[in-house]
Design a protein around this ligand. Structure first.
Ligand SMILES: [Zn+2]
Length: 480
């Protein structure tokens, strides 16, 4: 193992730090609630995914074998409503935004999940789970809908603290005469006119969001999962309901450790559609590079609030540059054959900072403290470079490796990244502008200039394809 120290994590279930001991030694199974693909992901979603990615990378660094599953919710009220607004099918909408999601996480250097189950491809498993819940007396059918009866599950509320009795008295839950208890939730929703639906023993309909996640999590990770992650907005009702469903079915604990990240605010305000301060990852990448956005997102501890604003992004960029400059400086020191006392000292001090980094990460993934160990490393390297004209080759390689490995735990790969992606972004922006101009020309029936643009781009290897109102572009491969 990379680090022998004990890892502690803050478990929302019980609200305290606990030693992390996976169900099966040496192996960690993680489930992360993925996006509902009705729109581009926003920076709050990105925070949850980047945090989970760092957890995954650090566990692997510590020597665990990690299996990471994150779903795509491709059927949901939001998807149905948005598809209706746009006049397209729910599949078409889900396909568009799943692809956009994959592009966005790739830019942020978030590794793809090992399994990325889609809800619509697991309907039979969900129906089976619901049938078993009915058999066991935890669920009831009303007019083609199926509800979970929270009064039957005595542990209801153990994650969020929202106990069934309190919920019944609470006035904030909508009253639905079909439900036995106001807080009962839908496992299956009967199809309304114009909605997509699947055949089931209760008529045509679709699964509820909560049963989607718990069914797919258990299918790919087993009855008891080590870590389940998500933003804290998911604690109630989503994760509370996942527990109720899963544990009612198996009688076993569903998740050993629940990890939730705090809010991301935008200029001091909570992000919301009504305030109009919704920032998508794509919006954010217009004002900073992907690696800076990622570094910003882990600059606070995941359980602390984080505010997105230009000054904070600037700070993140400056800090990251400090680290990278030290790395590049070390790399450029001329090498020699024999090792000096100064080289030995540098190695020892850098190793000590590496242990500080690991201690910080072992303490519930304290990324800001871990990053401060990297700053100390950068300072050590800079003062070495101030005082030494050369460095012994293997000492240099060792220090470089420690630094690069730890940056890798944070998912930061700078050197190749920054400049290239900036050029990429710029290229795409300019090309899309050109396509817009050409489409405007076509609308004005100025075919000659529009065709000229298309032909000139083709000579450069960029192929435009017009399909209806949309124009797609591809780059012709060299050998094509
Ligand atoms: Zn979920």
């Amino acid at each position: 193992m990379g680090s022998k120290m004990v890892l502690k994590v803050f478990n929302t279930l019980g609200r305290k730090k606990e030693e992390f001991i996976p169900v099966n030694p040496g192996e960690v199974r993680i489930y992360v609630c993925g996006p509902t693909v009705y729109d581009y992901i926003h920076i709050g979603n990105a925070r949850a995914f980047v945090v989970a990615d760092v957890v995954r990378r650090y566990l692997r660094y510590k020597g665990f074998k990690v299996k990471y599953v994150s779903n795509i919710t491709d059927i949901d009220d939001k998807i149905i409503n948005r598809a209706r607004e746009l006049g397209i099918s729910t599949q078409e909408l889900a396909e568009t935004y799943s692809n956009a999601y994959l592009e966005d996480i790739a830019k942020l250097n978030i590794e793809r999940p090992d399994v990325m189950p889609r809800a619509t491809q697991h309907i039979p498993e969900m129906i089976e789970a619901i049938e078993r819940l009915i058999e066991k007396g935890y669920a009831y059918v009303v007019d083609g809908d199926v509800y979970f009866d929270i009064s039957k599950f005595k542990d209801y509320g153990k994650l969020s603290g929202n106990r069934a009795e309190a919920l019944e008295m609470g006035a904030r839950i909508e009253v639905n005469p079909k439900k036995k208890n106001p807080a009962d939730f839908a496992l299956w929703k009967s199809r309304k006119p114009g909605e997509p639906g699947w055949h089931s023993p209760w008529g045509k309909g679709r699964p509820g969001w909560h049963i989607e996640c718990s069914t797919m999590a258990q299918k790919y990770l087993g009855e008891t999962i080590d870590i389940h992650m998500g933003g804290k907005d998911l604690i109630f009702p989503h994760h509370e309901n996942e527990i109720a469903q899963a544990e009612a079915l198996t009688g076993k604990p569903f998740v050993k450790y629940w990890l939730h990240n705090e809010w991301l605010t935008v200029e001091g305000e909570k992000m919301s559609k009504s305030l109009g301060n919704f920032v998508t990852v794509r919006d954010a990448l217009k004002i900073c590079s992907p690696v800076v956005l990622r570094f910003f997102l882990i600059s606070a501890h995941y359980r602390s609030p984080l505010d997105f604003n230009r000054a904070a992004l600037k700070t993140a960029e400056r800090n990251l540059e400090r680290l990278v400059r030290a790395l590049e400086r070390l790399n450029s020191i001329p090498e020699r054959e024999d090792r000096t006392v100064e080289d030995e000292k540098l190695i020892l001090k850098v190793e000590a900072e590496k242990r500080k980094f690991e201690e910080a990460m072992d303490d519930d993934f304290n990324t800001p403290l871990a990053i401060s160990a990297l700053f100390s490393m950068a300072r050590l390297i800079n003062s070495y470079a101030d005082e030494n004209k050369t460095i012994e080759r293997t000492a240099k390689l060792r220090v470089l490796k420690v630094f690069v490995d730890l940056l890798g735990v944070l998912g930061v790969k700078w050197a190749a990244d920054k400049r290239e992606t900036r050029t990429d972004e710029l290229f795409k922006g300019v090309l899309e502008l050109l396509i817009d101009v050409r489409n405007e020309l076509r609308r004005m029936k100025k075919w000659e200039i529009a065709d000229h643009i298309r032909d000139e781009l083709r000579k450069m290897g960029i192929i435009l394809e017009d399909a209806g109102k949309e124009t797609k572009w591809t780059i012709k491969r060299e050998d094509a």
